[in-house]
Design a protein around this ligand. Structure first.
Ligand SMILES: [Fe+2]
Length: 714
């Protein structure tokens, strides 16, 4: 357990707005105050961890309390009961994904629990139980029925497909009169002693239904074919896909709710492979996938609220919590008052990408990491040590399916000043929020006034948010964008805005949002791309908005169209340098290099030791790089561990015929002008911003970006 940790209800607020702060601590009391976060690099040779104290009305001492966490998804339904002497049948299609020896509850109510196990389905009623002796296999569909009649319950298990060689059918019986269902739980069982849930089911459920009378024939029950009078309740999971509601198509409208974000819009038992889009064949997409490690909203009570003063300068702030030797600084962003800008420059923090990566365990929590963390006194909690706050979309669930949903409503260990991503032997090893603070610290060092804005604000406010600024800067890795945020950036550059893209692998994946589940992002890792996991065939469309998921490139919106460059190659967290190209000396663009000596640019930095590294972007006219784009610099000297991104590889690399360095392993620094005085400057490297603070912010990279931003502010 982390002895002191908190989260805010939102990543940002406008001056004059408010934020709620939620804290869990084992200390009897804790102190809270406000800081402005100026720099977030724990490297003793770097720009430092710098926090300025800021007066705040909420500051003070608060009573401590431990607030609980519950992972694992389920469905909850308040169910009108049958009369006790009535015969009835419960039926559900089940696809287990993890049969690891532990019984997993498909259905539970009032002391009745229906489980799946690798040996077959099992029913417990009070102290009695019965088991089907027919094995279940992972990722295969079965139908389970409970048939209650005359003080007897039969449990029927039937496999729904006949293409493999195991026996899947079986029945069992128990001489009990079941209590009629009242509050039905699907995919978990109540753990009253722990005030929580247990026996979580990992897998898919489809078409649970309660029927009047006994249905014990061998043909699988298809609810749409049953007489309407037989249906007491039929929960059709293909409805209300963008929400956590489950809709009962029966006469009593016993609607329920999904808890903790199970995944929807997935293939059901009878998907034919002929339709790929759930909207085209909803009857084939009635499955919900539950996981023991799903997580939505920690749901902690609010400890205090911060009413952000209307005159608080825009920037990056943190609620600092302290008790004994424990400290947690919960970051958030403050925007200017509604409808205003207080600077010519905005820094667009990649909060969508922060959220998609939230609590990602990179699998590198080893001795080297721990020694670096101890030596630097960097942020003391790694996601590998604390799985209780939920997974990132870079993880797999415990049953081997990819994590498609990520919520902001929880403590996020990766969203902290000083959090090391890598024990970087050539730099600080920062990613995302702390890495982007290199840019914020640089703006302050240059004396350039700037406002903080975020992806979440961009989604809410659209292009109007950007239009107030002469120049908008991105951080190191603006990878994830929704249709709303990408449209807003496109429209900004098309209407005179000046965009400075200071990252790599930007504008790459599509994410979806739902008004029914605010603060949650959905991601389908489809088709191709550098992927942590792969969506299954037929599951490429988002549940939240019905849109096709995957790379924006697959939807004719490659990053080159917006930024002039797009993802090309990736290696380990290590950097190299750029070389100036002859075109960069043309008078139209030579101003970018005023005051810069030499042809080698950026062979230094606090991220991987060089400005061009980790993930690299290239110009490519076939993918949309505008014809008036000038490639100013090109990176070279990349380490042998770099490779071309999969979407550019058409054949196994072993049969490549040339021994020449792969031309796609490169980063292109580009400039182009758009209509109405707009312009775009892009660098195409994740490690680039790490070079800005080098030599106390006095270096070639700093000079180049100062030249660009100064011109763009005109
Ligand atoms: Fe990424």
């Amino acid at each position: 357990m982390i002895p002191l940790i908190g989260y805010t209800d939102c990543f940002s607020a406008r001056a004059g707005g408010s934020l709620a702060i939620k804290v869990s601590t084992s200390h009897a009391e804790y102190r809270a105050d406000l800081v402005r976060i100026r720099s977030a690099d724990p490297n003793p040779n770097g720009p430092g961890m710098r926090f300025d104290a800021v007066p705040a009305a909420f500051a003070g001492t608060f009573p401590g309390r431990i607030q609980s966490l519950h992972s694992g998804s389920r469905a909850e339904i308040d169910c009108a009961a049958f009369s006790p002497d009535e015969d009835w049948t419960f039926c559900v299609r089940v696809q287990p994904w993890l049969l690891d020896g532990r019984p997993q509850a498909v259905l539970a109510w009032n002391g009745v629990s229906l489980y799946v196990t690798g040996q077959g389905a099992m029913l417990r009623v009070g102290g009695s139980e019965c088991r089907v002796t027919a094995p279940m296999l992972e990722r295969r569909w079965y139908e389970l029925r409970l048939v209650a009649s005359a003080g007897n319950v039969r449990l029927i298990q039937r496999k729904l497909h006949h293409d493999w060689g195991s026996e899947g059918h079986g029945t069992a019986a128990i001489a009990e009169t079941l209590p009629p269902p009242q509050r039905i739980i699907l995919a978990a069982d109540r753990d009253a002693a722990a005030d929580g849930w247990r026996d979580h089911f990992n897998g898919r459920l489809e078409h649970p239904m309660l029927l009047r009378g006994t249905f014990d024939g061998i043909t699988p029950l298809e609810p749409s074919q049953l007489p309407r009078t037989a249906i007491h309740a039929w929960w059709d999971f293909s409805l209300d896909m963008a929400s956590d509601r489950i809709t009962d198509r029966g006469p009593h409208r016993l609607h329920g709710r999904l808890m903790n974000l199970p995944t929807r819009a997935l293939r059901g038992a009878f998907w034919t492979g002929e339709e790929m889009r759930w909207r085209d064949a909803p009857d084939q997409y009635g499955a919900v996938h539950f996981h023991a490690d799903d997580f939505h909203d920690a749901g902690w009570d609010t400890d205090f609220t911060y009413a952000v003063p209307a005159d608080l300068p825009s920037g990056v702030y943190g609620v600092r919590l302290r008790a004994g030797s424990d400290e947690d600084i919960v970051p958030f962003f403050v925007l200017p008052p509604p409808g205003t800008a207080t600077a010519k420059v905005a820094l667009l923090f990649s909060t969508y990408t922060y959220q998609v990566y939230a609590n990602y365990d990179r699998g590198n929590f080893d001795q080297t990491y721990r020694e670096r963390r101890a030596a630097w006194g960097s942020y003391p909690h790694h996601p590998a040590e604390h799985k209780q706050f939920g997974l990132s979309t870079y993880d797999w669930h415990v049953d081997g399916s990819g994590v498609a949903l990520s919520s902001m409503h929880r403590p996020i260990l990766t969203f902290r000043a000083g959090q090391l991503a890598y024990p970087d032997q050539r730099g600080s090893g920062l990613r995302h929020f702390p890495a982007d603070m290199h840019l914020a610290a640089w703006l302050d060092a240059m004396g350039i006034a700037w406002d903080a804005i975020t992806d979440h604000d961009l989604e809410a406010e659209g292009t109007a948010l950007l239009a107030r600024y002469k120049c908008v800067l991105t951080g190191s890795h603006p990878e994830y964008h929704s249709p709303g945020t990408l449209d807003a950036l496109r429209d900004y550059t098309a209407t005179g805005g000046r965009l400075v893209y200071l990252g790599g692998n930007g504008f790459y994946w599509r994410v979806a949002t739902s008004a029914h589940l605010p603060g949650v992002l959905e991601l389908r890792r489809t088709e191709s791309g550098t992927r942590a996991w792969a969506a299954d065939a037929g599951e490429y469309y988002h549940q939240f908005d019905g849109g096709y998921g995957g790379l924006w490139r697959r939807q004719d919106r490659a990053p080159q169209q917006l930024a002039g460059i797009g993802f090309s190659a990736q290696g380990r967290f290590e950097g190299s340098y750029y070389r100036r190209l002859p075109d960069s000396h043309a008078p139209e663009v030579a101003w970018i290099f005023d005051g810069v000596e030499g042809e080698i640019i950026g062979d230094f930095g606090f991220s991987g030791g060089g400005a061009a590294g980790f993930e690299l972007d290239r110009a490519d006219p076939l993918l949309g790089t505008p014809p008036n784009t000038v490639v100013l610099c090109r990176s070279e000297g990349h380490q042998a561990h770099f490779g071309v991104t999969p979407e550019d590889v058409l054949q196994p690399r072993e049969i490549k015929l040339s021994n020449a360095p792969d031309p796609l392993i490169r980063s292109d620094m580009v400039y182009f002008e758009t209509r109405n005085g707009g312009a775009v400057f892009s660098v195409g490297s994740i490690t680039f911003c790490g070079s800005l603070p080098w030599n106390n912010f006095d270096n070639q990279i700093s000079t180049v970006i100062r030249n660009v931003v100064t011109r763009f502010m005109q």
